[in-house]
Design a protein around this ligand. Structure first.
Ligand code: SIN
Length: 483
């Protein structure tokens, strides 16, 4: 299917109670970030539409909770198969609305589909416990039940995978849901909603709303007592605000927020591997990922060589429209994101950093920013503290393990850290000392549907994927049994 074909085949309305319908707030444009041109328009939901979506989720909850786990698992499995079958067109759709290169979009479709497969297998493993009271007098029965209707808010950077890693466990656990994708990238989620419907998901289990004014449709949902859970992936700033709004209703929360991943390269590291993996950790999604390596702390004995090799590798990447085969680096999502990246680079240079590569906004259409390497980055520089969300690699030297660990932990965030060393004892010492929810040990990519993804500190709480992922959608009921 070509670009126009896939756009024409993708639903553009809201999905509420099993029916596709227009939004009461009109329509909103979806843009191609590599040209700034409008690709299509989709329905724009009002607060009334959002509440109608919750009405549908609440009405479907009882029947859905009592379906057989196998039935829920098989719906997910069929949706997994359909995503894999349609990988090529879904990848094209994602590249069009988000900009990442087509190879990365294909990889994301596979990654996204794997969450559905993983949770199709977990649906049938929800278990409880039967045990004796310590006194022997009675019995303790615990069972797991679906939390209830959920609001799932997903970001623009991984338009499919951030959806399936919430939708997969919610479906498997027996929860109904209202899904709200980011307004910049609603098309992947609209296509996914179509796939889940075709896979047999009953009406009202998944309701999808898109909005140009998120705050105005999310607040009434969070205040509605029928909603029982919020799962959010996005910035720490917005996460805090949502937590405040959710507190009135004491919602169960999963918060996957910002990151500021340190990438530690020790003097004994395999430098070839450290550079190759750095390319993945930094350049996946043009750096627009909460697990992107944000700052490279490199032992002073190899810092110069590491920066030189990284500059060489990043300098060979090809920038362009992500739909073209062979393009490595697509545009950033929008003008605001590009301005923020340029501002952070400007701050580093003002404070004495040297530009080894890139660092200049190119002329022409689209929100492109070149792969950039900065050396001699001084402590206190903003991009060592703030999430960059762009293809910029600051390299700062350290002289001891203690200094490296202190620098790594000197952040309000704690999502992921990367460690490169050949010394097992050093590796384990450093891994234990890192304040992060995840660590990549001699590996620049930690994301895996079978693993618990999530952070500590201001990076949030809750885990997505792995055995832990489904627990976020289950409530424990305990029964005291008198025999
Ligand atoms: C994210 O950037 O929010 C998630 C990235 C991933 O799952 O790999």
């Amino acid at each position: 299917m070509d670009e126009r074909g896939i756009l024409n085949a993708t639903p553009t309305q809201l999905l509420i109670g099993g029916g596709w319908r227009d939004g009461s707030a009109g329509r909103l444009p979806v843009e191609d970030p590599s040209t700034g041109e409008v690709l299509c328009e989709v329905a724009d939901a009002s607060a009334g539409d959002a509440l109608a979506a919750l009405d549908a989720a609440a009405a479907a909850q009882g029947a859905w909770a009592s379906t057989a786990p196998r039935e829920r698992g098989e719906i997910l499995r069929r949706a997994f198969d359909a995503m894999i079958d349609r990988r090529e067109e879904l990848a094209l759709l994602m590249t069009l609305e988000m900009g990442k290169n087509i190879g990365e979009s294909r990889a994301e479709i596979t990654y996204a589909a794997e969450f559905l497969r993983w949770f199709s297998e977990e649906a049938v493993r929800i278990s409880g416990r039967w045990s004796n009271e310590p006194s022997g007098a009675g019995r303790l029965l615990t069972m797991k039940q679906p939390v209830g209707p959920c609001l799932l808010i997903t970001p623009w950077n991984f338009p499919a995978a951030m959806g399936t890693r919430k939708i997969g466990p919610a479906v498997a656990a027996g929860c109904t849901m209202v899904v709200k994708p980011a307004k910049q990238t609603p098309l992947s989620m609209l296509a996914l909603a179509g796939i889940l419907t075709e896979a047999g998901l009953p009406d009202g289990v998944l309701n999808l709303i898109v909005s140009s004014k998120s705050g105005s449709i999310v607040a009434p949902l969070l205040a509605d007592q029928r909603l029982r859970k919020l799962s959010f992936t996005g910035s720490t700033e917005v996460g805090r605000l949502l937590m405040e709004q959710a507190s009135g209703n004491l919602l169960r929360l999963s918060m996957e927020l910002g990151g500021n991943a340190p990438y530690l390269v020790f003097g004994d590291a395999d430098l070839d591997a450290a550079v190759e993996q750095a390319l993945i950790a930094k350049m996946r999604n043009m750096g627009q990922s909460c697990v992107a390596a944000n700052r490279f702390h490199v032992h002073e004995s190899v810092a110069g060589e590491f920066a030189r090799r990284l500059t060489d590798r990043m300098g060979r990447l090809r920038t362009g429209r992500g739909t073209e085969e062979g393009v490595d680096v697509g545009p950033l999502i929008d003008a605001d994101q590009r301005s923020k990246v340029a501002e952070l680079v400007g701050d580093a240079v003002d404070r004495g950093a040297s530009i080894e590569l890139g660092g200049v906004v190119p002329p022409g259409r689209g929100w492109f920013y070149p792969p950039t390497v900065l050396s001699g980055v001084r402590p206190g520089t903003r991009l060592l503290r703030e999430e960059i969300f762009g293809p910029v690699a600051p390299v700062a030297p350290f002289s001891s393990d203690e200094e490296a660990l202190a620098a790594a932990n000197d952040s309000e965030f704690g999502l992921v850290a990367y460690v490169f060393t050949r010394d097992v004892k050093r590796a384990l010492r450093v891994v234990e000392g890192l304040q992060s929810g995840m660590v990549g040990l001699n590996k620049g990519l930690v994301s895996n549907p079978a693993a618990p993804f999530g952070g500590v500190k201001q990076s949030g709480f809750g885990r997505e994927g792995g055995f832990e992922g489904i627990e976020e959608y289950l409530a424990t009921k305990y029964v005291a049994v008198d025999l």
